[in-house]
Design a protein around this ligand. Structure first.
Ligand code: SAM
Length: 276
């Protein structure tokens, strides 16, 4: 299968671009597994970020779901438009995902966003996804560098657990779907990958109105890893109020941010907000 990819690129007079994280999926078993996961989720619409040469796209093109693909590379865009010319439900857009509103692209209530993401901007993309859809019934399936996936999947008290983890876990249930090796791609990247699913949680409605503030609160809570939660938060909140908030959730004053789960953070956040 690397031969197929090489041949297509040769015909396009193109080379895999490192700056665009172009590592194309070539493992057929894993391509099938990813496509099955994508199709079995109950949605009317799929938005694909970075379709590349369409390894996954071609498996979902005839699903009768509305499909929109966003590709930055002009040559790949031309190739995809031509490849899917006979798929009326599939649209390809030539854009940089970082400057594109996913919300504006999405047309159906139940949608899923998929991406075998360029590794250098994968964290930025998932935060963008959460920022745009934290209130909605939109799910995501994304491929990350293994270490980034571990952070997203991590639990309190583990080394990888931080504000980034909580920004995602506060609004989405996270599940690991698949591990991928270097040889599953061409050219092979120097890293291993993990496919992760994000399912919208039944959300705490109050948090919607305070989303930006809640995110800033999470960042402040983790601002210095060596400090206790109180010492981090007291830059913005009175110490005695933080102590009362901790007491309310039965935690002591030496607790660190990485020991708390997202429900604890919701509670502390609202307590401090209402006391202001
Ligand atoms: N989905 C294909 C696959 O699995 O074989 C390709 C995945 S490759 C890891 C990442 C893809 O994202 C490439 O096609 C690349 O051109 C595209 N890409 C990179 N940066 C992008 C951006 N900012 N906006 C949209 N697409 C981008």
């Amino acid at each position: 299968m690397p031969e197929e990819v090489k041949k297509i690129l040769e015909n396009l007079k193109a080379f895999p671009k490192k700056a665009l994280g172009q590592n194309f999926l070539i493992n057929k078993t894993k391509i099938n597994k990813i496509s099955e996961e994508l199709l079995k989720y109950d949605t009317d619409e799929i938005i694909e970020i970075g379709p590349g040469l369409g390894a996954i796209t071609e498996k979902i093109a005839h699903s009768k779901k509305r499909i929109t693909c966003i590709e930055k590379d002009g040559k790949l865009y031309d190739y995809l438009v031509n490849k899917f010319i006979d798929s009326p439900d599939l649209h390809v857009i030539k854009k940089d995902i970082l400057n594109t509103s996913l919300k504006k692209i999405r047309t159906k209530k139940k949608a899923i966003v998929f991406g075998n993401l360029p590794y250098n901007i994968a964290s930025q993309i998932v935060i963008k996804f959460v920022d745009e859809f934290y209130m909605e019934k939109v799910a995501g399936i994304f491929m990350f560098q293994k270490e980034v996936a571990e952070r997203i999947l991590s639990a309190p008290k583990s080394k990888a657990y931080n504000a980034f983890t909580l920004k995602i876990q506060s609004f989405f249930e996270i599940k690991k779907i698949l591990s991928l090796n270097e040889a599953d791609f061409w050219p092979p990247p120097k890293i291993k990958s993990t496919l992760v699913m994000l399912r919208p949680k039944t959300k705490n409605k109050k948090i919607y109105e305070n989303y930006t503030e809640f995110n800033a609160f999470l960042s402040l809570s983790f601002s210095s890893k060596r400090k206790t939660l109180i010492n981090n938060l007291q830059k913005n909140f009175p110490r005695e109020k933080i102590l009362l908030a901790l007491k309310k959730i039965s935690k002591n004053e030496n607790i660190r941010a990485e020991e708390l789960d997202n429900e604890d953070f919701f509670e502390i956040f609202y307590y401090l907000k209402n006391q202001k």
